[in-house]
Design a protein around this ligand. Structure first.
Ligand code: IDP
Ligand code: MG
Length: 201
């Protein structure tokens, strides 16, 4: 049995609950808690799928104009992902140029900015296990001509310049884009009642 002073345990709980697991672990180790026990805890924890992964999905101006917002949201809900942020906005050139920073040198870039600022977009953050990869598959190939039927782009569009929806393409990209489009307070941490039925947690 490992006995810990109450103040160390309280500090651990405080740090752990505020999401700072690394700091919490360090404070346990510095108080003499056996690292083998912590390693055991970690290996168990990594076996559990990460259901907190997040991605940015946006219905572009053509999707909003064509009244596709509801159908696109429905696809993510039906799949079992959790909506943690949602808003409609008229995007500024500044935000878009940060969002599409990698495409600045492309010949289609000026027209892309024009299209993306031509009307409101609906931007969302969805959460769930491997949501970045799964949503790229759900959205389909950048060029709708090559997008599979059953994907958003494959079902609702036929030209690369009007492909209805945006989805982050990597975990790092998702984190960068979420910070760009949303303030922290606009994202909600909430418990979904069907969580244990959609994923082993
Ligand atoms: P993605 O949206 O599938 O991640 P990206 O290569 O990141 O694809 O391109 C961003 C967006 O730029 C596309 O979704 C599309 O709206 C636009 N785009 C990409 N390639 C072309 C093109 O060749 N012509 C016109 N627009 C393009
Ligand atoms: Mg992209």
């Amino acid at each position: 049995m490992v006995l810990l002073p109450r103040c160390v345990f309280n500090r651990f709980l405080q740090q752990f609950n505020s999401g700072n697991q690394e700091k919490a672990t360090k404070s346990l180790l510095s108080a003499g808690f056996p690292s083998a026990l912590l390693a055991g805890h970690r290996s168990k924890a990594t076996a559990v799928p990460d259901v907190r992964e997040r991605t940015l999905i946006a219905v572009k101006p053509d999707g909003v104009q064509r009244r596709l917002v509801g159908q696109i949201i429905q696809r993510f809900e039906r799949r079992g992902f959790k909506l943690v942020g949602l808003k409609m906005l008229q995007v500024s050139d500044t935000l878009l140029s940060q969002h599409y920073t990698e495409l600045r040198t492309k010949p289609f870039y000026p027209r892309l900015l024009q299209y993306m600022t031509s009307g409101p977009v609906v931007v969302m953050v969805w959460e769930g296990h491997k949501v970045v990869q799964a949503s790229r598959t759900m959205v389909g190939h950048t060029n709708p001509v090559e997008a599979q039927a059953g994907t958003v782009r494959g079902d609702f569009s036929f030209h690369v310049s009007r492909n209805v929806v945006h989805a982050s393409d990597s975990l790092e990209g998702a984190q960068r884009e979420i910070q760009l489009w949303f303030q922290k307070k606009e994202l909600l941490n909430w418990e979904c009642c069907d969580q244990t039925f959609t994923c082993e947690v």
